[in-house]
Design a protein around this ligand. Sequence first.
Ligand SMILES: *Cc1c(COP(=O)(O)O)cnc(C)c1O
Length: 346
Amino acid sequence: MIEPPSPTLQLRIDEDALAENWCALNEVSGSARAGAAVKADCYGLGADRCVPVLRDAGCRDFFVAHWSEVAGVVAHVPAAQVAVLHGPISAAECEYAQATGAVPVINSVIQAELWAANGGGACHLMVDTGINRLGIRPEEADHPAIRMLDVSVLMSHLADADVDGAMNAQQLAAFENVRAHIPHRETSLSNSAGIGLGDDYRFDLTRPGLALYGGVPRRELASKIRQVAYPRAAILQTRWIEAGEAVGYNATFRATERMRIGVVSLGYADGILRAWGGAALAHEGRCLPILGKVSMDMIVLDLADAADIGEGDWVNLPYRLPDAAQQTGLSQYELLTLLGNRFART
Ligand SMILES: *Cc1c(COP(=O)(O)O)cnc(C)c1O
């Protein structure tokens, strides 16, 4: 088969920035070491590209959500360094853990019993201290199935670490309390935002995800985190439209004068949702406002500020995550994980 031509959508991953972000978060983690949340294909940026960079930077603790994500990470790091946050809900998943050596995070008494009945062995244990998602309740710490576990890392997860509410201290106190009741080798509480909360929250191991990939969940981290993901798209066509003519579905933009517009090869199927309507793309520092509604595969731009660009030229999607989140009303997490498979990761 002939090689396909190079895609008109590119997602440049700044590998140096990714490595530096991990090193910065490892440093801010103080006496704790930083791990890495690499679930959802490294937040959409591509595990094949990102996991080796994190490994080479020094990371030894990797977290995925699904068992289906293990193989893609184990291709680059030892399975014993890969933990599965969802834990096992079937014998088949326990068998897979035993066969691969990936470590289950046990989240309930039922999971603890299932794990023991299917060979058991070292695992992590999640205690829910207030987010009410996954994890045993603190009062289940004394359950026989929990007492029998061989816990490597005792974990909890913060619900509100990106905000300065009362909940962080409450969760910290609950975690400190349960720590005394469950035998374990190491402890871990903080995600990216939690690292910014200070020494008390860092324990033995931190679990940043978002900030590795350029997200800034707390201003304490702003000066330390660099942008990693740079999406850009090619212009497919330029055209002149006359005053009174409309652009796109439902004609939500109508020209008030003759103007030159450009059609770029990205749309909501690529994760650039209609929430981007009213925002702008950029070309060499010049602003190219989006006209009308975002289509599935196309976005139309006002080229008034860029008379010199045309078919085949690249335009950048401004993806400094805190700013893009403000622009679109999407979360920094959503902005990363939405980026679709038509982007060539370069
Ligand atoms: C996703 C996840 C993380 C990483 O969180 P960020 O906010 O992206 O840093 C850490 N721990 C758990 C349990 C998670 O699910």
